[in-house]
Design a protein around this ligand. Structure first.
Ligand SMILES: [Zn+2]
Ligand SMILES: [Zn+2]
Length: 255
């Protein structure tokens, strides 16, 4: 199993792409602007997308992906795994025929390009050894993180979140955790924004990580564009004794 970071920035700018992770050739976790760098042949191989939540930086690529590949999907629609709430928001505010055509109906009602698979906290998708489990996170809208494993190794991804009890309980109950991809959207100077927008800053992140009993490689994502190094240095100062990596697009993990 291979996990490739297509995008993991908190915003845009040259060389920066928003959140999207590829698992092998056929799965995406979130569908931010990061998918725009994949060649069309790779886009056509995507069979399912797991969304963390409905915010634009995590779904911006989905309408354009559907439009790009719909003619090759035929009777095999692209499965969009997400909460009912997230699906509703996508239909109401993006695939509403005004912002974008409804690819949950197009190109033909019986054979739409996109197919919603209701997926909620605690739900698990399995395919052979590959396993994706949804975990409730704490954000301004219903949001999930994912625990991704293949029987030998495991990666956890928070998506967007602030303080959470449940996530750490789930991770600590699993036998291993090799990589933790975790957000830290803002620096400590923006702690008030973090509280309102429900993200992490280095101080909150450090407190949260004290609950984690595993010792994974900790990959910091969703950093505010232009402030990446400054925020990461705050993270390094706040968190001692952990293996830390400032995650960048193009990074990959072979599990
Ligand atoms: Zn968000
Ligand atoms: Zn986000």
């Amino acid at each position: 199993m291979r996990l490739e970071v297509l995008g993991c920035s908190g915003g845009i700018g040259r060389g920066l792409r928003t959140t999207s992770l590829a698992i092998d050739d056929d799965i995406l976790i979130d569908c931010g602007t990061g998918i725009g760098d994949l060649p069309v042949e790779r886009l056509r191989e995507i069979r399912r997308v797991f969304l963390t939540h409905a915010h634009l930086d995590h779904v911006a690529g989905l309408p354009l992906l559907a439009d790009t590949v719909f003619d090759t999907l035929k009777s095999r629609p692209l499965a969009v795994h997400c909460e009912d709430h997230t699906h509703q928001v996508l239909r109401e505010h993006i695939f509403n025929w005004r912002i974008w055509p409804d690819f949950f109906v197009l190109p033909r009602g019986q054979e739409p390009a996109l197919h919603h698979v209701p997926f909620h906290p605690g739900d698990v998708w399995e395919d052979g050894e590959r396993r994706v489990e949804a975990i409730r996170m704490e954000h301004t809208v219903p949001a999930m993180g994912y625990f991704i494993s293949n029987g030998r190794s495991a990666i956890a991804f928070t998506g967007d979140t602030t303080r959470t009890e449940r996530f750490w309980q789930v991770l600590n109950a699993r036998p291993r955790l090799d990589v933790l991809i975790i957000e830290c959207a803002f620096g400590n100077e923006d702690i008030e924004v973090c509280r309102l927008a429900k993200h992490y800053c280095p101080t909150i992140l450090a407190e949260e990580l004290e609950r984690l009993e595993h010792d994974p490689l900790i990959c910091i994502t969703h950093l505010k564009p232009g402030c990446e190094q400054a925020i990461f240095e705050q993270v390094e100062r706040a968190i001692g004794g952990r293996r830390l990596l400032r995650l960048r697009g193009g990074e990959h993990f072979d599990l």
